[in-house]
Design a protein around this ligand. Sequence first.
Ligand SMILES: [Zn+2]
Length: 382
Amino acid sequence: MPDLAKPTAALVYSNELSQHVLSPNHPMRPVRLRYMHELMRASGLLDWPVLLQDVPRLASREEILRCHDADYVDAVRVIGSGGIVPSMHAFGIGPGDNPPRKGMYDSTALVVGSTLVATELVRSGQVPVAFSPAGGVHHHAMFNRASGFGVFNDAAIAIQGLTDAGLRVAYVDIDCHHGDGVQAAFYGTDRVLTISLHESGQWLFPGSGFVEETGEGEGTGYSVNVPFAPYTQDDVWLRTFDEVVPPLVRAYSPDLLFVQLGIDTHFTDPLTHLQLTTQGFTEAVSRLLALGTEFGGTVAVGGGGYDMGAVARAWTMATAEMAGFALPEQVPGSFDSVTGLSAFSDEPGPAPLPEDAAQEVEQYAGRSVEAVKSAFFTRFGI
Ligand SMILES: [Zn+2]
């Protein structure tokens, strides 16, 4: 029996985080979080006594200003209350990825607050790992503009709070897209090591995240990028992760690990081209959590993920991994928010690649590893 007095993990969530709609037919559907939570409930995970369950709070304007320009924050507030900001396009807001909408400010401030609550739970020592699944999807948000569904960069804001308190943080982003907003926030400092593994910007938004982006000024050598070719599958992805992430994080020796767990790497994701499975993703989470135990704990946020069934399963599996809960193999029949699901794991997964494609994918990852090693390993004494 687990020690009931000691939670093994925390989940920060309330259904309020799942109720807004960005625009009709927008691929980022916050309702995915409600589906995830319903699957957690159906699976018995929410009855697991050592999973601490907490709720988000609204982040204050001052907290948001840690990483964003005041004019931009005010523009989002005006738009969020139904007002008109003629210059909204200059702030990245308009039809498409980042549509203006009523409630925009409050719903995003709640996401930021969710990630701040998770961060406080780990930093105060209440839990070794806390998960804010609503967070992370804002990892493209920049200092003075919205980008790629991101408005206020919750991960950057939480990390900035930690560095303001004197801590050093390693940020590992496994979303299919380059974590450019978080990278940009800490590009000039050695207080945060950012590592992003993603489908190469050669093929995917935001078109950045190349190995050559290594930081600037005092931050030179503290921005790591590991691009993959389209169709990369679990084996190559995990092998690459192992070659790069644990050695760099250990050499940096942060006070805390902060991870972004986007699941748009999944082979059924409609927006991207990597081919991970839910079990491959969970394996990556497990390796990150093990790493976090060496360095003061792990704050985890969600991220991209546009296939509703993959999101619900993957983040339920990740939370179970954090809390030490054994999920059933099959998705419980009582869960019917997303139809057509059978097992938590993907059996079968994606079709094996034709030999020449498999070779190309492997060689592309190999070149990324070699480039990262030559740019960083000597500098870190590895
Ligand atoms: Zn993404």
